[in-house]
Structures are given as C-alpha cells and as structure tokens.
Design a protein around this ligand. Sequence first.
Ligand code: IPD
Length: 260
Amino acid sequence: MNESEAKRRYDAACAIGREAGELARRMFEAREANTFVMKGHQDYLTEADGAVERLITGRINELFPDDFVLGEEGGGAIGENTWIIDPIDGTANFARGIPHFCVSIGFVSGGIRTAGIIANPMADEFYAARRGGGATLNGKPMKISGITDIRQSTVELGWSSRLPMSDYIAMVQRVTDTGAGFLRRGSGALALADVAAGRIDGYAELHINSWDIAAGLLLVEEAGGWGNDFFAGEGMTRGNPVLACVPALRAVLSKTTDIA
Ligand code: IPD
C-alpha cells in the first residue's frame, strides 16, 4: 500500500478511535450494575461491546468499502487490507465498573501492521502509531523504558480461561523467578500500550486473539520495542502467543515464557 493510502487509514483510525472512545466512556458512565452476560467461563459481554463495534465497523465500511473488517464481536473476514477491532478490551473490568479498558483499532496491509490506535477514554489517553512514523501518546512521542536488568523490570502476564490455569501459574513462576515483578490487569491492549509508553517492560500471554494486540504490537515496535511474529500461521484468525518487550529483555523473557 502506498504512503498516502496508509496515511488515510491512519487518520481515519484516529478519528474513528476518538469517536468510539467517547461512546465507550458514555456507556461506561451510564451503565447499571450487573448488566453483563457471559459468553463463557470468565468471558464477559456488555451492551457497549456490540454498540462500539457497530459504530467502528460502520465508519470503516463507509470510508473504505473494499477493506476487510475483523471484529471481536461481529467476526468478519481477512484480506489484503484488514481492520482488526476490539471495541472494548478489558470487558471484564468494564462490566464490573473498573475504569481500565480501551478501544483498539489496528490496520494490517499485506500481513504488515500498518496503523493502530488505542483509546483509553477514562484516563483521557490516546495512543497512535503508524509504521515508520513513530508512536505517540496524546500527540507526544513515546519511547520504551531503558530497563536492562530483569530484576528492575515489571512484566504484565495476561490470563484467560482459554488455556489451563496451571500453564499460566507455571509461566508466572518462571518469569518471577528471574526477579521480575508482575501484573495482571485484564486488558492486553492497554498492557502493550504501557510497554510502548515505558511504564512497564514487557507483556506476555500464552494465547490471545489478534484484536487484542493488532494496535498494541505496532505501538511497541514504533516506540523501539520488540514484538513476536504474532500473525504467523493462523494468528490473525485463531490467535497465538504474544510477547512484546524492551529488546534488552527479549532473551530472558523468551526463555521464561517459552514464546519466541
Ligand atoms: C481479554 C483481555 C485480557 C486478555 C485476554 C483477552 P477482552 O480481552 O485482553 O487482558 O488476557 O486474553 O481475551 O475479552 O477484554 O476483549
């Protein structure tokens, strides 16, 4: 895809992301307790997931009718130019009234992450990245942390009910045995944004879906970090393990998470 077409997608992602973040914020503030339903074990669904995704998909279809859209709730298809959307990442937090969630929109062209935005409306933080154009937080350039000693690092380790708890606990044990501190806050996209912003030093999860990471991995890469080859195999449609971190910690985190 040429530069001007890529820039059009980036500008659209920013505009749509801001509008979608605003809708998510309004719905969060207006939500009533316990209005969620469960899609599966520890897998929440709120009215906002559907409403925000419909808004984003509608806008993309109007502007780029030939592009493909893959969303967490509505599904879709992938092709040469694909938008990968998570309307609310951190749905469990949203559902229970915890203001740690975001809207994530990634655009992938020819298998390459090309543009991505993450809107965290409750913190008034807007992250954006364009391949080769750097990553920003509220318009200011972002850079990964300068941490090189694993004993000084903080790593977020994501969990879902898609894999056995014992696999997760074993990974937490191996990573923390190195001296790293760890978090688990329930939004993979925001964890990746925090790696890009230099607030934490790595994020790993043994299985995650492409809509959770499509924007965040580009943020990390454009802020100077390293991310694994997530779209390998059927990563885009079926998910894969994810590891993103400061390059200095790649070897130790690859070994202890078993994600290369
Ligand atoms: C989940 C979050 C969570 C991650 C899970 C995801 P959702 O996405 O990103 O942090 O650990 O793997 O499924 O359901 O909140 O969109």
